[in-house]
Write a protein that binds this ligand. Structure first.
Ligand code: ZN
Length: 93
């Protein structure tokens, strides 16, 4: 799993540092090294891609997840699949 940072946090951190006139003499190569260091030192978060699914009709009468096919009794369907974690956006019956 990769490390992720906020785009706006990166922009703000770079602008904060590079608006300073003491950096105007930097070569492009050195500036890139400084920017890489700034981004590397930023706090990051572990994130997972959000999988979206739908509850579908299962041939045996239950609902099933469109993403993993896991059958679930209609009584227990919820906003997410308890097997794969997909966020459910509705019903396809
Ligand atoms: Zn699922």
């Amino acid at each position: 799993m990769g490390e992720y940072v906020s785009k706006i946090a990166v922009i703000r951190a770079l602008l904060k540092d590079f608006k300073d006139e003491r950096h105007t003499w930097y070569s492009a190569s050195y500036a890139i090294d400084i920017m890489a260091k700034i981004v590397d030192e930023m706090p990051s978060a572990e994130v997972r891609p959000v999988v979206h699914g739908r509850w579908e009709y299962h041939p045996e009468g239950d609902a099933c997840c469109s993403e993993c096919g896991w059958p679930t009794p209609w009584l227990y369907i919820s906003n997410y699949c308890g097997h794969c974690g997909a966020e459910m956006e509705g019903l396809d019956v």
